[in-house]
Write a protein that binds this ligand. Structure first.
Ligand code: FAD
Length: 378
């Protein structure tokens, strides 16, 4: 259950209602789903989850760019099914550049079906030699008549192989560095685009490497005004970043609730674990860190919703703090559950495997710290 009381100052009434509705949906429809056994099953379940989320209307906050609502939905989904949360996240990352670009053709062709769960999105920025230093990306988009020819490799791409379209970053003029990067919508059935291989994580999450070999795309697929593709990518990450913190908070909330329930019922040395002060210290720290993380997350989303041009500092603080705190909280929950906490069937083990990637994707904690320090020094 997404608890709105500690973050109420940042919410409107509609957010409180949303939190109740989406929490009830997640508990009823998502929590009972079995964890997919392998990568093929994860890919199949991800597609099914997309349909469910779309039909229930939970992707609409992305279209409305209501970032507090997006945070609430991600908290609820991540607590019940980290895979459902990843599906939501990629619909946001893949469509926000389209919404921001106001490219009407791409909006009706891809963003509208994506946000009703009828088309799966993907966001292709990272390359084998361009991770944190993503402005150095090497994929090229050569102007060619009334369009572009794309070449290059993208790796660590969520939804690779199951997406219906990819929002791709490639350089049109390497000499201009980040000012020469364009942003393109590439349908999955484009000739010259191929899935190279799946990358398999310890937690279910469709991931892979794709390659473009002279893939031709029409000029209407370009989202940026010449040379502003990287800016569009950063503007997207600026908005979505706090929601990664929200997903972390959802996982941490579930971990705390599992740990608390276990500590109350499990008896050792003749009394419940909750009577041991070392366990109490853990529970107190978990709850305090979680509340602090949620306040940072909703502060960043609220700033964006009330019209701040940039929330670079707020979003970086929210993402770095919430994902690091969630990692500690989930680890403490595993510890409180003892041996049961490392059984693959246990929800806290699933959270342990799922939460780790959040400190890495959409900018590692170290990169967030550089952003925060950069803002302070400026
Ligand atoms: C599950 C998952 C899903 C992902 N999904 C997508 C996706 O859908 N689309 C997409 O484009 N990408 C995606 N990524 C890629 C992700 O964004 C990158 O992994 C991330 O940006 C880090 O890049 P890297 O892995 O190349 O690490 P590197 O950049 O090689 O970094 C390695 C280590 O060095 C540190 N480091 C790097 N530079 C500095 C510095 N200047 N100062 C201090 N430390 C530094 C990093 O913090 C990190 O700890 C995904 C990754 C994962 C794990």
């Amino acid at each position: 259950m997404v608890d709105t009381a500690p973050i109420r100052a940042f919410l409107d009434d509609k957010h409180v209602t949303l939190a109740e509705r989406v929490s009830e949906f997640a508990a009823r429809e998502l929590a009972p789903l079995p964890e997919p056994k392998d990568d093929a099953a994860a890919r199949k379940q991800a597609r099914e989850l997309l349909g469910k989320l779309g039909a229930a209307g939970w992707l609409q906050p992305i279209r409305e760019q209501d970032w507090r609502a997006c945070c609430i939905v991600r908290e609820a989904l991540a607590a019940a099914s980290p895979l459902a949360d990843a599906v939501f996240a990629l619909q946001a990352l893949g469509t926000v550049p389209i919404l921001l670009s106001e490219n009407e053709k791409m909006r009706s062709r891809w963003a509208t079906p994506a946000l009703t769960g009828q088309a799966m999105a993907s966001f292709a920025m990272t390359e084998p030699d361009a991770g944190s230093d993503v402005a150095s990306l090497g994929a090229t988009a050569e102007p060619d008549g009334d369009g572009y020819v794309l070449s290059g490799t993208k790796t660590f791409i969520s939804n690779a192989g199951i997406a219906d379209f990819y929002t791709v970053f490639a350089t049109t003029d390497r000499a201009k560095k980040d000012k020469g990067i364009g942003c393109f919508v590439v349908p999955a059935d484009t000739a010259g685009l191929r899935m190279v291989r799946a990358l398999v994580l310890s937690a279910p999450h469709p991931l892979g490497e794709i390659a473009f070999q002279k893939a031709r795309i029409p000029s209407e697929g370009r989202l940026d005004a010449a040379g502003e593709g990287f800016k569009l990518g950063l503007a997207t990450l600026d908005r979505v970043r706090a929601t990664v913190g929200a997903a972390a908070c959802g996982m941490a909330t579930r971990a705390l609730s599992e740990a608390l329930a276990h500590a109350k019922s499990r008896r050792q040395f003749g009394k419940p674990l909750t009577e041991f002060q070392l366990i109490q210290e853990k529970l107190a720290r978990m709850a305090t860190d979680l509340t602090a993380a949620r306040l940072l997350v909703y502060r960043a989303a609220w700033e964006k919703d009330r019209g701040a041009a940039r929330v670079t500092l707020e979003a970086a603080m929210a993402k770095a703090f919430a994902t690091e705190a969630a990692q500690r909280i989930v680890d403490d929950a595993v510890q409180i559950l003892g041996g049961r906490g490392v059984l693959a069937e246990n929800p806290v083990d699933r959270l342990y495997r799922s939460v780790r990637a959040l400190r890495i994707y959409e900018g590692t904690t170290e990169i967030q710290q550089l952003i925060i320090a950069g803002q302070l020094i400026k």
